[in-house]
Design a protein around this ligand. Structure first.
Ligand SMILES: O=C(O)CCC(=O)C(=O)O
Length: 249
């Protein structure tokens, strides 16, 4: 068990989260702490393509350019350890309280673009997973490498996190899409180890990766334990305990 640490969220960041739906952190992870997770994401990416049958070329193309790499902890003990980093624990204590679960995680790699496949329309995660505890959760978009508009970093719409916006289904991208016209949109330009911390209803989306390099990011979502899907009542997500009584479990 780890002792409880000092708060990492400042009053200003807390205000920004409440009013704008997100805040930026300093670089809270050293390069040597990020590197093993970065390498593991690349390994999981390569493995994920091998698993797709050659008989399904369009699925292979999408997975090659904008891989979906959920629950990386199930395939990597290195990542499973990293997800319990004291920084995540302290953020969770500061923003949620003494009892917290990891509810979602994914590697967020994006390859150099072909035909705008690596664009992600603006959306609220709350539209993908309609859960009963949207307000208590938060996500961390962590830079494993430098992130910029050019390499397709996530952008965040400010002040639009209080209600579900209308979404339409984008057939080509196979993604829910909402309109953020009229809201300030802020690019998540980040150095390695920096994060944007945002609410589950904060609209976010990303332009194509126009650079020649892989965009390397990592996503973590935390919430109170026992989060359920509204429609079915089923427990949602990873349900992986992080804190109980303020202490790591
Ligand atoms: O990787 C990206 O740029 C977008 C990912 C995203 O928004 C999501 O998975 O909800």
């Amino acid at each position: 068990m780890q002792p409880q640490g000092r708060a990492v969220v400042t009053d200003q960041q807390r205000r920004e989260l409440a009013e704008r739906g997100f805040f930026f952190t300093d670089a809270l992870f050293a390069a040597a702490e990020l590197e093993p997770t970065r390498r593991e994401c690349l390994r999981l990416y390569r493995d994920s393509i091998e698993k797709i049958p050659e008989s399904n070329p369009s699925h292979r193309t999408k997975q090659r350019l904008r891989p979906f790499l959920p629950a990386p902890q199930d395939a990597s003990e290195i990542i499973a350890q990293f997800q319990r980093h004291p920084v995540f624990q302290q953020l969770a204590r500061d923003l949620i309280g003494p009892d917290v679960d990891q509810t979602w995680s994914q590697g967020c790699l994006k390859l150099p673009d072909v035909d705008a496949w690596t664009r992600f329309p603006f959306h609220q995660d709350g539209r993908f997973a309609m859960i009963d505890r949207q307000d208590s959760g938060f996500s961390c978009f962590l830079a494993l490498g430098p992130l910029s508009p050019e390499n397709g970093t996530l952008h965040f719409a400010a002040g639009a996190h209080r209600a579900l916006l209308p979404h339409t289904w984008d057939e080509r991208q196979e993604w829910w899409s909402c309109d953020v016209d009229g809201f300030e949109v802020v690019p998540g330009t980040l150095e390695p180890g920096q994060m944007v911390v945002y609410r589950l209803m904060t609209p976010h989306g990303s332009p194509p990766n126009e650079s020649g390099e892989i965009r390397e990011a990592f996503l973590m979502t935390f919430n109170v334990p026992g989060v359920r899907l509204v429609e079915t009542g089923e427990l949602f997500g990873d349900q992986r305990p992080l804190l109980r009584g303020g202490r790591a479990v």
